[in-house]
Design a protein around this ligand. Structure first.
Ligand SMILES: Cc1ncc(COP(=O)(O)O)c(C=O)c1O
Length: 387
């Protein structure tokens, strides 16, 4: 009997899983472990958003809804993108609510990538992009970004990986793990490549509200000729501390969106109804809660970046967006895996080795600062003792 599809043989286990498991075992033994590996905000979802879901459920939002999403939330997403980016999407035919941002990305890939199609993925990149492309029998093609040049995205780097099978380019700005926010020049370079080689662009904008030092988010769909070839992928998890609600969304031209809706209607059916009412409340309500959380992230960012830079052999650029510090630890003489191993064993701090995000992440580790300020301060002191 065949146990498991061949397609899955190439898909790697999550690199962070082993660390989390060991951390869990240590915690069970009573060891005080600080886990900075995950990307889950430590804030509770703002009260007015929880209230909206509760009220909606009491009023009967406990049934199936349209596969695309509930009209009020679809309209809220359309209005939001119109106000934020000046982009117009028809809520009836060009927007889809999904069960988490992750599902939006997967549906976009599933609906557009054929067997053997190559997808360019600039790396270091979030750990799930490569497996998602592999799951649909596509070919992930990693595009190494130069660490010495602060992981700048260039036309040359992209062009080098173009083949007749290249079908799409996947962008993530602000980036997990590097914290880079793509500048207009970088986006123009990417758009030029996409237009010249007739590529689709998957634009993962999930961290678009988490920006520091005046950095601005620009969706690549706003560039000339790009709206028709871009699928915008976003969600509420990071912006509103709603990871457990599983609400994501996608915006794309009608012909692409109709394919995505087809897949959704035959798989998860629809995102949870009451969670979508919460989503409408999140986008339509006051954005003070977001500003307040970003303010706290900004303080923690300063603390962790300054702390890391005070350690021997560690050098950390201030991230421009998202909530990860991505320090270079090569000055310690350890590989990123060795560093994480040693810090787990001796400092009881869980981090993610940069190599988990692609070859260009070697020499780096990732720490999430979506964690309590005291834990971050304690982390720096624990690392200092070991180093
Ligand atoms: C870059 C990136 N994209 C998408 C997601 C998906 O988030 P969710 O499925 O919770 O919306 C994450 C979560 O960690 C992420 O880091």
């Amino acid at each position: 009997m065949k146990l498991g599809a061949e397609r899955l043989q190439q898909v790697a286990e999550s690199a962070t899983l082993a660390f989390s498991e060991r951390a869990r075992q240590m915690a069970q033994k009573g060891i005080n472990v600080i886990d900075l590996a995950g990307g889950d905000p430590d804030f509770t979802t703002p009260a007015h958003i929880i209230e909206a879901a509760f009220t909606a459920a009491q009023k009967g939002a406990t049934h199936y809804v349209s596969s695309r999403g509930i009209p009020t939330f679809l309209e809220a997403i359309a209005n939001h993108y119109a106000a934020e980016q000046g982009l117009q999407y028809d809520p009836k035919s060009e927007i889809l609510v999904t069960s988490g941002g992750k599902m939006a990305i997967y549906l976009a890939i599933l609906a557009t990538i054929d067997r053997g199609d190559e997808v360019l993925i600039p790396e270091p990149a979030w750990v799930s992009y490569v497996p998602m492309v592999q799951l649909v029998d596509g070919v992930p093609v990693e595009v190494p970004l130069d660490a010495k040049n602060n992981f700048l995205l260039t036309r040359e780097a992209l062009e080098e990986k173009i083949t007749p099978r290249t079908r799409a380019l996947l962008l993530n700005s602000p980036s997990n793990p590097t914290g880079r926010v793509l500048s207009r020049q970088e986006l123009e370079a990417a758009a030029e490549v996409a237009l010249r080689h007739d590529l689709l662009v998957f634009s993962d904008e999930i961290y678009y509200k988490l920006l520091y030092d005046g950095h601005q988010h620009i969706s690549i769909a706003t560039l000339p000729g790009m709206r028709e070839r871009t699928i915008i992928l976003n969600g509420l998890s990071k912006t509103y501390a709603m990871t457990g609600w599983r609400v994501g969304f996608a915006l794309a031209p009608k012909p692409i969106m109709s394919q995505m809706v087809k897949v959704q209607s035959h798989t998860i059916t629809c995102a949870a109804a009451f969670a979508q009412y919460a989503g409408a409340a999140a986008l339509n309500g006051s954005q003070d809660c977001v500003r307040e959380m970003v303010e706290v992230y900004a303080q923690r960012r300063r603390l962790i970046v300054d702390g890391l830079n005070s350690l021997p052999g560690v050098r950390c650029e201030a991230p421009e967006g998202a909530f990860y510090a991505f320090p270079n630890i090569s000055g310690t003489g350890m590989t990123s895996l060795e560093f994480c191993e040693r810090m787990l064993e001796e400092a009881h701090v869980v981090m993610t080795p940069g190599s988990a995000f692609g070859p260009s992440g070697e020499g780096y580790v990732r720490l999430s600062f979506a964690n309590a300020t005291e834990k971050l301060a304690e982390t720096v002191e624990r690392l200092r003792k070991v180093l």
